[in-house]
Design a protein around this ligand. Structure first.
Ligand SMILES: [Zn+2]
Length: 464
């Protein structure tokens, strides 16, 4: 039996202006996709022929333009057309890809695939648990498996779960039914951590369900608040044999809903002014501030200077580094000047600074994608990058030419600190700042979401 494998992922942020271009996609095709999708070995061992299509995965960005969407979707559709006799299709998607003029990219792709393959062909999906699942998805996907961890560490396991379920159903002629249950809540993503209660117990419950022989996917989706669309919400999605999916999904939905008031930040989370005050008065060796509203790993441009302005006004005695402000104009305009040169930066009405060091920036796929230029403003070093970057590990600072360990305060454009930076942080403050990735639902101005939606409103609700 034959199975097609493909992946097309981009988490959209409708509020971000930066559209993903071809350069933002990590891309491979043919057998190379299995370096990213570890599913071939299992399927081949179990007697399946596996046909690779493409792997295309972008850093979270603004909505995807239709022509970019079509470019990658058409490659998958071409593989499907050339192998329309396939018994199964495995797709690794995000679930919150919003395409201009189309809506859900995932749904559009599934509909197009279903127009090519007969209903007997089973489609299995691996999705991010921040997917805004649409109710129609359940009509097109036979097996749905979501990550069970946030932050995500089970991408490989989720793909394997999905292909194992797909293989089992094909071999045993099982045709699962998928049921989607919307849950009218959308809690701050950064407060929903699966290593902590109540999610630890809830995700454990989904694992136990999947241990049952007729349940092929039991999933809780938390939704993704930075896409303004009717399907933006949490959901419970279950794929099971017979008629069990609906009951199980509704029960999971009620269980998640009943915990809605239990999600809070587990670290210090403060508004920008208070965060800067605490960073400057704190006695810890090194304090990290995460500028969560301008989080480049969540689709924001990383070009906001609000936090830098607060530090500039405070004239700190400590050494401060503001890492990764996207500003192509500043990098290009001053690049030819030597280190040590005094300049006037076109910020805050013009501010005096010294060119400190010329450096490089690392892209999402760990290759060099551009230049960085660091300026000193008193005790503050501000790293400007000509393209959007994410300072997620010490190596990013090294390439920019600055020594992370020299600073007492470090600002990065992230939500939670990545694990690679934690060893350098004696304290971490989550800054509740404005921007495209602002975590305060009430400040996002969402117009297309279905109301009521907790926490914008609190109300009585049950799936049952
Ligand atoms: Zn996610």
């Amino acid at each position: 039996m034959k199975i097609i494998a493909a992946s097309f992922q981009c988490e959209s942020n409708s509020r971000a202006a930066l559209r993903p271009g071809h350069g933002d996609f990590e891309y491979c095709e043919g057998e190379d996709i299995f370096k990213k999708m570890p599913v071939k070995e299992y399927l081949v061992e179990n007697g399946f022929e596996v046909v690779p299509s493409v792997y295309a995965c972008a850093l979270p960005s603004g909505n995807v333009e239709e022509k970019i969407y079509r470019f990658y979707a058409d490659k998958i559709l071409k593989t499907v057309s050339e192998n329309a006799d396939a018994d199964g299709i495995f797709l690794f998607l995000h679930g919150s890809m919003e395409v201009d003029g189309i809506g859900s990219g995932e749904l559009c792709l599934l509909k197009a695939i279903r127009r090519i393959v007969p209903r007997s062909c089973l489609i299995a999906l691996a999705l991010d648990l921040h997917a805004n699942v649409t109710d129609e998805l359940a009509e097109y996907a036979d097996i749905v498996c979501a990550f069970k961890t946030a932050p995500h560490v089970d991408q490989k396991e989720t793909q394997l779960r999905a292909v194992k379920a797909l293989a089992f159903c094909l071999k045993n002629s099982v045709r699962p039914k998928t049921f989607f249950q919307r849950i009218p809540m959308l809690v701050k993503g950064d407060t929903m951590l699966t290593s902590l209660e109540p999610l630890k117990t809830l995700e454990e419950a989904t694992r136990r369900l999947e241990d049952e022989p007729d349940v092929f996917g039991a999933n809780l989706f938390f939704g993704h608040c930075w896409v303004d669309a009717p399907n933006t919400s949490a959901s419970a999605v279950v794929s099971a044999a017979g008629d069990r999916a609906e009951r199980l999904a509704k029960d999971l939905a009620d269980r998640l809903w009943n915990t809605r008031k239990e999600y809070r930040f587990t670290i210090e989370a403060q508004d920008p002014e208070e965060s800067v005050r605490r960073a400057l008065s704190g006695t810890e060796k090194r304090i990290f501030l995460t500028d969560s509203g301008d989080n480049t790993t969540a689709g924001a441009e990383g070009d906001r200077t609000d936090i830098l302005a607060l530090f500039v006004n405070a004239k700190p005695e400590k050494a401060v580094c503001v890492a990764g402000i996207t500003n192509e104009t500043i990098v290009k305009s001053f690049w030819d000047l030597p280190d040590g040169k005094t300049v006037t930066l076109p910020l805050f009405g013009g501010i005096e600074a010294n060119v400190k060091v010329h450096g490089k920036i690392l892209g999402w796929a760990k290759d060099i994608i551009g230049r960085s230029l660091t300026f000193s403003i008193g005790n503050i070093d501000a790293i400007f990058t000509e393209r959007r970057a994410a300072f997620i590990e010490k190596g990013n600072f090294d390439l920019a030419g600055v020594d992370l360990e020299e600073y007492r305060v470090v600002v990065v454009k992230l939500g939670y600190l990545f694990a690679e930076l934690k060893p350098y942080a004696d304290r971490e403050i989550f800054v509740l700042s404005d921007g495209a990735s602002c975590v305060e639902l009430s400040r996002l101005g969402l117009k297309k979401i279905i109301r009521p939606l907790y926490p914008l409103e609190d109300f009585t609700w049950s799936a049952n």
